[in-house]
Design a protein around this ligand. Structure first.
Ligand SMILES: *Cc1c(COP(=O)(O)O)cnc(C)c1O
Length: 424
């Protein structure tokens, strides 16, 4: 029961949100707060602010892995492949697609590392635009993406058309429009920028690339499980993302690839260059020549990394139950708290927020810049406060929505303030 008489309403309307930096009130009002206890380590005082680099394990994952060894691997042995393991890449792919990507079934598969799937996707895309010579990418994209684009260009006699971006933001529609043309084969961008957290305008940039006749490849590594996606609605062509960040798949868990259904059918269906037996139309025929598998399985190459997919399945159970809109709402409240605390309490020490302030452009992490941040990060780790550091001077706070509390953010921000201005 509210303790105010309805005839005498409080002067502050009840719809006024709690202060964006009042950790206790925010945790008390957080409908997802209890989920934090589902993660290993949540009972410890350690402050974990790097869920965008490696998500915490769920408590159910340890027993699930042990049971897999005993029952599935140890019990079923090679029969496990026929019984279910061979289908895991598409079963899990469809679940990622439905819960996180806005993708209908049959377009997403779990396979190799992010890097290897990005390579295959880039090669597949440029092969589908013969006679065009340019790959468009921004200079602040993740290193592996930049190296791959340059490598594919060198391999095939193409060019990379680099877009210079504001390192506190990311690629805008105007910038992209300025570099597209009849020679553009592929536009390859990150949806959420790993450094600044800028959320690119997925539907607008996809439409611009299509107007120029190019294909689009989205890197979703910093989006998936944090920012809702709608690949089918955007008309995206290809996408690749990581599963050990906000999907909590564990160190080195395999990545996923999405290819739109229209690129998986007919004589113009995309194919990728790593022609292994598992991406073959009939893997166990073991015939002399390669022929691509029907549908999304053609993106596969070798034996599926089954053990590496188990933890991911646990996180998908949780994300399916919670739903991405609720995850995003908490993510925005967490990142807003960091931005507001940085303005209120760290700006006086010379700290600058180098992530977007507008909610719709801000992903699941926030980067705070100060010349001392590399050293500050080293001292924070020593006191069990764990963000990460990215040049130049960027302390990155990755706030995994289901495993991070507002109190944890408050403790982390207080620790940063103390390290920047040690009490005397
Ligand atoms: C984390 C990340 C990767 C990781 O690639 P791996 O092959 O898993 O090492 C790639 N791209 C982006 C944008 C990332 O954030």
């Amino acid at each position: 029961m509210p303790d105010t008489d309805p005839a005498d309403p409080p002067t502050t309307p009840s719809t006024t949100p709690a202060g964006s930096t009042d950790a206790a009130a925010l945790d008390a009002a957080d409908p997802l707060a209890a989920h934090r206890d589902l993660f290993v380590g949540s009972e410890q005082p350690l402050v974990y602010l790097d869920g965008n680099s490696l998500g915490r394990p769920l408590r159910v994952t340890g027993p699930r892995l042990a049971a897999f060894v005993d029952d599935q691997w140890g019990g079923r042995l090679i029969r496990g492949w026929d019984e279910q393991w061979m289908e895991l890449p598409t079963l899990l792919g469809d679940r990622i697609g439905a819960t996180c990507l806005g993708a209908a079934p049959g377009q997403t598969v779990v396979g190799d590392s992010t890097t290897v799937l990005l390579y295959k996707a880039m090669r597949a895309a440029v092969a589908a635009r013969p006679g065009r010579h340019e790959i468009v990418m921004d200079t602040d994209n993740f290193p592996t993406d930049r190296y791959l684009a340059a490598g594919v260009a060198e391999e095939l006699g193409l060019r990379v058309r680099w877009v210079d971006v504001d390192p506190a933001a990311g690629v805008t529609a105007d910038q992209l429009a300025g570099v597209l043309g009849p020679d553009t084969a592929l536009v390859a961008l990150s949806h959420v920028a790993y450094r600044s957290s800028w959320v690119a305008d997925g539907p607008a940039l996809t439409a611009l690339a299509h107007d120029a006749g190019a294909l689009v490849l989205w890197d979703l590594s910093h989006s998936v499980g944090s920012v809702p996606l709608a690949l089918d609605a955007w008309g995206a062509d290809l996408a690749v993302g990581c599963t050990y960040k906000y999907l909590n798949g564990g160190p080195g868990s395999p990545a996923f690839a999405y290819v739109a259904a229209r690129h998986l059918e007919g004589p113009d269906a995309l194919t990728q260059p790593v022609r292994g037996w598992i991406g073959h139309a009939e893997p166990f025929r073991m015939g002399p020549d390669w022929a691509p598998a029907a549908g999304i399985r053609r993106m596969l190459s070798g034996t599926p990394p089954v053990v590496g997919m188990l933890a991911l399945a646990d996180m998908l159970d949780l994300l399916e139950a919670v739903g991405m809109p609720a995850v995003r709402a908490k993510s925005l409240a967490l990142t807003r708290m960091v931005v507001d605390l940085a303005d209120d309490e760290l700006a006086e020490h010379g700290v600058e927020v180098v992530s977007p302030r507008a909610a719709e452009r801000r992903g699941g992490h926030v980067t705070l810049r100060h010349p001392a941040m590399q050293e500050v990060t080293r001292r924070l780790w020593a006191r069990d406060v764990v963000p990460d550091y990215r040049d130049p001077g960027g302390l990155r706070l990755g706030l995994s929505p289901l495993s991070t509390s507002f109190a944890e953010v408050r403790a982390g921000m207080d620790a940063i303030a103390e390290e920047l201005a040690p009490p005397r």
